[in-house]
Design a binder for this molecule. Structure first.
Ligand SMILES: Cc1ncc(COP(=O)(O)O)c(C=O)c1O
Length: 441
C-alpha cells in the first residue's frame, strides 16, 4: 500500500480542524451584544457605533474612524476623501481582491496596475516609481494576507511627488510597521469587517485617518445623517439634506459584534501568530515552499496564510498535484485567486459610466496612459501562491504537527506524485490552458 493518502495510504491529518483549530463564527458574548441592541430597538442607528469608532481609532492610533457598510464602501470613501476624480491615476496592485481596484473606476479614475515584491507580495516601491505620471493622484497599498508593505519607501515616494497614500488594511487589523499600527501610516486607511476577516461584523468597514478634511469628505460621501453634526465651519454641512447620493451607514448589530471582537483582537492575534510561526518553523526545511517574507520593520498578523510553491524544487510536480495530495492527507489548503485583476474586462475594456470611458485601465493600450509592461511578479504569484493552512484560532499544536507531517510526507513521495500526475494529465492541461486553476481542486 502506498504511503500517500492520494494513493490509498493513511491520512496524516486525523484531528478535526473545526473542533480544535477554529473558533465559533459568532461567540456567545457577541450574540448577547447583538441581542441587547435588538431589545433596545437600536437596529438602524445606535450610539454604540460612535463608541466603537472611538475605540477603533484609539486602537489604530488615528484621530478619526468612520464605520460603514463594507470595506469596499470605505475604499470608495477614501478615494473620494483624497480627491480622486475623472482621469486621476491610482497605482494599485493586481495581486489583491477586486475591491482594492474597482472603486477607482467608480470614482472615474484610472487604475494603474503595479507589480508586487516577490518576497512580501505587496506593492513594489520600485515599480511605483516607474509608473508615476503627472496624473498620479494616489497609491493604494494593500497589506496583503496581513503582511505590511514597505511603508517607509512608499511614504517617501508619496511625499516627494505630492500624492496620497491609501492603505487597504482589510487583512491587517493589528499588523504594525515600525511600531505603529497599520492603518495609521498613510493619509487614509480602510478595513473590512466582512465575515471572513479577523474582525468580522458580518458585513462592515471602517475608514481611519488623522486628516479632518478627509474624514469630513468621507462622511459627506455616504453618511448624510452625520453632516449636520459636523463643526460649524465645515464645508460639508450644507449637504445634510441630501448627502452626495450614497448611503454607507453601517448596521449597528454588526458593529456590536465587531466591537466585542476588537476587545479580544490582540489576544486572538497572538494565538494566530504563535500558530502561524510554529507551522512555518516546521516547514522551513521544505525547499518547494517559500514563505511570505515580513520586512524587519513589519509585524504581520496571520489573517490568511498564503505562500509560494516552487515546482522547480519538486522535480516539476505541478501545484495542482501538490495540493491534491495535501488535500487527500486532510490538509485544508487551496489555490490562490489573486493576481488576475489586470486581466479582468472591467479594467481591460473599461466601463461606460455615462459618456466616454474614463475608467479604462492603463495596463493595456489606454487613451490616457502609455502602454506599460506586464506584471511578471504578479503573474508568477497568480500561478504559484497557495493557501498553506486555515487560520488556526486556538492553541492546537497537535493539529499543526499533523499538518507539518502531511507536508513532509507529500514532498517525500515525489515518484508517487509524478505517477498521479501522469494519470491525471487532463486536469493539469486544463489548468495550464485556462490559467484559472482556482476551482479545479
Ligand atoms: C484586500 C481586500 N480589500 C477590500 C476588501 C473589501 O471588503 P468588503 O468585503 O468588506 O467590502 C476585501 C474583502 O474581502 C479585501 O480582502
Amino acid at each position: 500500500m502506498s504511503d500517500l493518502a492520494l494513493r490509498g495510504g493513511q491520512k496524516a491529518v486525523t484531528i478535526n480542524y473545526s473542533e480544535v483549530g477554529a473558533r465559533a463564527v459568532v461567540s456567545e458574548a457577541e450574540i448577547e451584544a447583538a441581542v441587547e441592541l435588538m431589545r433596545k430597538g437600536q437596529i438602524s442607528s445606535s450610539p454604540l457605533v460612535q463608541d466603537f469608532e472611538a475605540k477603533f481609532a484609539e486602537y489604530i492610533g488615528t484621530k478619526y474612524a468612520l464605520a460603514s457598510t463594507s470595506g469596499t464602501c470605505a475604499i470608495n470613501e477614501a478615494l473620494f476623501a483624497v480627491g480622486v476624480g475623472p482621469g486621476d491615476e491610482v497605482l494599485v496592485p493586481s495581486y489583491t481582491f477586486w475591491a482594492s481596484a474597482a472603486p477607482i473606476i467608480a470614482a472615474h479614475g484610472v487604475p494603474v496596475f503595479c507589480d508586487v515584491d516577490p518576497d512580501t507580495y505587496c506593492i513594489d516601491p520600485v515599480d511605483i516609481k516607474r509608473r508615476l505620471t503627472p496624473r498620479t493622484k494616489a497609491i493604494m497599498v494593500v497589506h496583503v494576507w496581513g503582511n505590511p508593505a514597505n511603508m517607509d519607501a512608499i511614504l517617501e515616494i508619496a511625499r516627494e511627488n505630492g500624492i496620497a497614500v491609501i492603505e487597504d488594511a482589510s487583512h491587517a487589523h493589528g499588523s504594525e510597521w515600525n511600531g505603529k499600527k497599520i492603518g495609521s501610516l498613510g493619509d487614509v486607511a480602510c478595513f473590512s469587517l466582512q465575515g471572513s476577516k479577523v474582525m468580522a461584523a458580518g458585513e462592515g468597514g471602517v475608514l481611519t485617518t488623522n486628516n479632518r478634511e478627509y474624514y469630513e469628505r468621507a462622511i459627506a460621501l455616504g453618511h448624510y445623517e452625520r453632516l449636520s453634526g459636523l463643526p460649524k465651519d465645515s464645508k460639508y454641512r450644507k449637504y445634510s439634506l441630501t448627502g452626495l447620493g450614497f448611503k454607507h451607514r453601517t448596521h449597528p448589530i454588526g458593529i456590536a459584534i465587531a466591537s466585542k471582537q476588537l476587545d479580544e483582537l490582540e489576544e486572538r492575534n497572538y494565538i494566530r501568530d504563535t500558530n502561524g510561526k510554529y507551522l512555518e518553523e516546521g516547514l522551513k526545511d521544505i525547499d518547494c515552499i517559500k514563505i511570505q517574507k515580513v520586512l524587519p520593520k513589519g509585524k504581520r498578523i496571520y489573517s490568511y496564510h498564503y505562500t509560494i510553491y516552487d515546482e522547480t524544487k519538486l522535480q516539476g510536480v505541478s501545484l495542482i498535484t501538490f495540493l491534491s495530495a495535501l488535500k487527500a492527507e486532510g490538509v485544508i489548503c487551496g489555490k490562490c485567486g489573486y493576481g488576475r485583476l489586470h486581466e479582468a474586462p472591467l479594467f481591460t475594456e473599461g466601463v461606460p459610466y455615462g459618456k466616454g470611458c474614463p475608467g479604462k485601465c492603463s495596463h493595456v493600450e489606454a487613451p490616457m496612459v502609455d502602454k506599460v509592461p506586464s506584471l511578471p511578479v504578479t503573474e508568477y504569484l497568480r500561478d504559484n501562491t497557495f493557501m498553506l493552512a486555515p487560520r488556526f484560532e486556538e492553541p492546537c499544536e497537535d493539529l499543526i504537527d499533523q499538518y507539518i507531517e502531511a507536508y513532509h510526507k507529500v514532498v517525500a513521495n515525489i515518484d508517487e506524485l509524478k505517477e498521479y500526475e501522469n494519470e491525471n494529465k487532463d486536469a493539469k492541461v486544463s489548468t495550464t490552458e485556462t490559467g484559472r486553476s482556482i476551482n479545479l481542486i
